[in-house]
Design a protein around this ligand. Structure first.
Ligand SMILES: Nc1ncnc2c1ncn2[C@@H]1O[C@H](COP(=O)(O)OP(=O)(O)O)[C@@H](O)[C@H]1O
Ligand SMILES: [Mg+2]
Length: 325
């Protein structure tokens, strides 16, 4: 399947108030195909939302390129850009913040259509059906809904313009655990019905592992491991992924050797560093790790940025054209 979106070596930094610059996203590449869920996981502050905003064209890139159906977005003209924006919709963590308190549910869902000059009650009723909300909910205001219902409204509004890609930035993080699975199941059903591509972001690997096709693990602005979801969960190759998985009780069956949960805090992304970004927290770090940045290598279909991921000497099997400085 050809990719809907390709993010190619994108980077983004922010100026620090006291001078200097923080690298939030450091040369990241990924692509997502029609009907595919790419889950991006990593601790808070690792750059997930910045990457999401670049993919959704809500913020500029310092470097790199985003391609839409193979076309560089930077080369699109106004009409093309508008089409890509309509086809890329974003769902954020907090549905209360995303919805205006002054609009009814029906008005909120109809808003993107109204802006395009399309009206009528039929599409709104269909969209409420699609997200499992009773049509009578259309007359309510956001404050009269539960968190889960509000997030369904946000999803209905995101579907109004028939998108091809949904960027879901921690879409269930603000919801009760009992509601999280319902909303994730809804998203899965909608994807199957509509062939949507998802960039699904979470700080919690357990939340996304069951719905993801592929998983990218992000650490300090870089994707340190990426591969098929089953494979990444069953055989994490990067020590950071191993720590993330060990910290989820449900993922730690009795037979697996106990591993420490994630140790300490990540260093500030503003800090200058040499070598591997994870070396300061890695139980397996060697002098090589502290001195030389690992390149991205492919190990049985899984891309890993770790000198020791294959358990031995650094490999020379670099992925061409990516990430080598
Ligand atoms: N608008 C901004 N101005 C300055 N720094 C920012 C801004 N947005 C994010 N950052 C910083 O960039 C890094 C990545 O943030 P973010 O992309 O929000 O990570 P995540 O979504 O994984 O928590 C953090 O160190 C954060 O403090
Ligand atoms: Mg975020």
């Amino acid at each position: 399947m050809s990719p809907v979106i390709e993010v190619d070596e994108v980077a983004k930094g922010y100026d620090l108030p006291g001078g200097g610059r923080l690298t939030a996203v450091d040369r990241v590449s990924l692509s997502i195909a029609t009907g595919e869920t790419y889950a991006l996981v990593g601790e808070s502050g690792c750059g997930k939302s910045t990457l999401a905003r670049m993919a959704a064209m809500l913020t500029s890139l310092d470097a790199g390129e985003v391609r839409w159906s193979g076309q560089p977005v930077s080369q699109l003209r106004r009409a093309g850009l508008r089409a890509v924006r309509d086809h890329t919709q974003v769902v954020f963590q907090d549905p209360a913040a995303a919805l205006s308190s002054r609009l009814t549910v029906a008005e909120a869902v109809a808003e993107p259509l109204r802006i395009q000059g399309r009206t009528g009650s039929r599409p709104v009723a269909d969209l409420l059906d699609a997200v499992g909300l009773d049509r009578s909910m259309g007359r309510r205001y956001p404050r009269e809904l539960s968190g889960g219902q509000r997030q369904r409204v946000v999803v209905a509004r995101a579907l109004a313009l028939d998108p091809k890609l949904l960027v879901l930035d921690e879409p269930v993080a603000s919801l009760d655990v009992s509601v999280q699975a319902q909303v994730l199941n809804l998203l899965s059903d909608l994807q199957a019905e509509r062939g949507l591509a998802y960039l699904l972001i979470a700080h919690d690997l357990a939340v996304v592992s069951s719905v993801a096709d592929r998983i990218g693990v992000m650490y300090l602005g870089q994707i340190v491991e990426e591969g098929p979801a089953d494979e990444v969960v069953a055989r994490p190759r990067h020590p950071y992924t191993q720590m993330l998985i060990a910290s989820v009780p449900a993922f730690t069956p009795g037979e697996r050797v106990a591993r420490p949960a994630v140790l300490g805090d990540p260093p500030s992304p503003a800090e200058r560093r040499t070598g591997c970004a994870f070396a300061s927290r890695c139980p397996a770090a060697t002098d090589l790790c502290r001195e030389t940045e690992p390149v991205r290598r492919l190990l049985d279909g899984v891309a890993v940025r770790c000198h020791h991921a294959d358990g031995g000497a650094p490999s020379s099997r670099e992925v061409p054209g990516t990430l080598a400085r």
